[in-house]
Design a protein around this ligand. Structure first.
Ligand code: 3PG
Length: 428
């Protein structure tokens, strides 16, 4: 090849190989820019091209990506009319990528192209991960087997709760809330995304005191209980916290995976394998990437990345039933469970505005191989945390027993009170 220009990055007769990473983008070309011109610029800037024609020749390996498919997008009017936007597919050659480096991959497929003037908006919608690239990552260590391996549960979702107010509780109060929730029937106490190591509730004190309450709750209930403590910090500090969690006898760590960054999650994953700890992934800040349907990176792709780098549990929303917007929970959960070249699955966590009255519709949508997480829906119960936990457990047990909430509420005053308080409303 004498030189490469944008035109060299589009070929609608191109057929990707099994080793290629294929990405689907939604693009809205800028004024005066045709769809094909915009698509070729996306492939170029995300692989090895730029705005100017480039010399090639000796010492150059051809690592071009290729835009190979352009599909129209309906304007939703029902008339069959289409928009100026298009769905395009781009194939990336295996050799473009550093195996096992998520930052390098994302710098290609979700890097400079997100800000190109050639498009008004661009969204990375989906990826088809080839075996070579996918298996260069460790993937989850446990995945959904945590339900059985840690809690001995397979007929119902596992239940988690995050103390509310999310920050500000003292260590002692936080641990007490954990005890109340665990003894009420919840399996997991969970930190919230912005609770790490603050003066009002230091990390190590919270770890030790919460696990002491965990042990007491296990003795009283005869059920395994665990704690999702938030180790989020700079990478070195995070590894120290992971070590402390293992030393104190907990089974999990929690990481804010988006704000922490994928490379740090990969490092934590390695340490967690040495220590036998599972990783609970909170997705705080995901909506900065995925909320606008025409721009950014979809939650589906973020979930794919999370699975590859090896988290065991991931927040994927509530199928529109809770307080968060724009959720493709069912599709994402299906992807997290599907075969991915032999990598383990990920346990989806439904969270954000859930309460007992929403449980039947939620589990109809998601199935029971999930974790159900409720904060306000437990601690806002009219009779407090313990009763709130009992109500959520009763709602989930009712589903496993194939009974209605109304019938279960006849024997569970806690569930009765929750239904009377919130009914089946979707909070905002
Ligand atoms: C989460 O961590 O997902 C939220 O803090 C859930 O809180 P909520 O159940 O009160 O909406």
């Amino acid at each position: 090849m004498a030189g490469i220009t944008y035109e060299d990055f589009i070929d609608l007769s191109f057929e990707p190989s099994d080793a290629d990473l294929v990405c689907t983008f939604r693009i809205d070309p800028a004024d005066g820019m045709g769809v094909e011109s915009a698509a070729s610029r996306v492939a170029s800037e995300s692989s090895n091209g730029t705005w100017a024609a480039l010399p090639t020749g000796e010492g150059f390996t051809d690592m071009r990506a290729m835009a190979f498919e352009i599909g129209e997008i309906d304007d939703d009017s029902g008339t069959g009319a289409t928009t100026d936007a298009a769905e395009i597919k781009v194939a990336y050659p295996e050799g473009l990528f550093e195996p096992g480096s998520m930052p390098q991959i994302l710098s290609c497929i979700a890097g400079n192209i997100m800000g190109m003037k050639a498009v008004d908006t661009i969204r990375l919608v989906d990826c088809e991960w080839p075996e070579g690239l996918a298996t260069s990552f460790s993937g989850p260590q446990f995945g959904s087997s945590v339900r059985r391996e840690i809690f001995g549960v397979d007929d119902r979702p596992i239940l988690a709760t995050v103390p509310k107010p999310k920050v500000g509780l003292s260590t002692e109060r936080h641990a007490e809330v954990g005890y109340e929730a665990w003894t009420g029937g919840v399996d997991l106490l969970k930190d919230d995304e912005n609770l790490t190591d603050q003066e009002f509730n230091p990390f190590h004190d919270r770890l030790v005191e919460s696990l002491a309450e965990r042990d007491r709750a296990e003795d009283e209930t005869g059920e395994p209980k665990s704690y999702l403590i938030n180790v989020t910090a700079g990478t070195n500090e995070m590894l120290e916290r992971v070590d402390q969690v293992a030393a104190e006898g907990c089974e999990y760590v929690m990481v804010d995976v988006v704000t922490t960054g994928w490379a740090a999650v990969q490092t934590v994953r390695e340490r967690c394998e040495e220590l036998g700890l599972a990783i609970h992934a909170h997705r705080a800040m995901h909506a900065a990437f995925d909320r606008l349907p025409e721009h950014g990176v979809s939650m589906r792709v973020l979930a794919q990345v999370a699975r590859l780098v090896g988290v065991d549990q991931l927040h994927t929303g509530t199928a529109g039933l809770g307080k968060l917007a724009n959720e493709d929970t069912v599709g994402i959960n299906a992807w997290l469970r599907d075969d991915l070249h032999g990598l383990d699955d990920v346990l989806p966590v439904a969270s954000g505005g859930l309460h007992p009255g929403l449980v039947p519709d939620l589990l109809d949508a998601t199935g029971t191989n999930v974790c159900v997480q409720a904060g306000g829906g437990i601690h806002g119960h009219p009779d407090g945390t313990h009763e709130g936990a009992k109500a959520l457990r009763a709602a989930v047990d009712a589903y496993a027993e194939d009974r209605s909430l109304e019938s279960k509420a006849e024997e569970s005053p806690a569930l009765r009170a929750a239904i009377d308080e919130w009914g089946t409303e979707t909070p905002r």
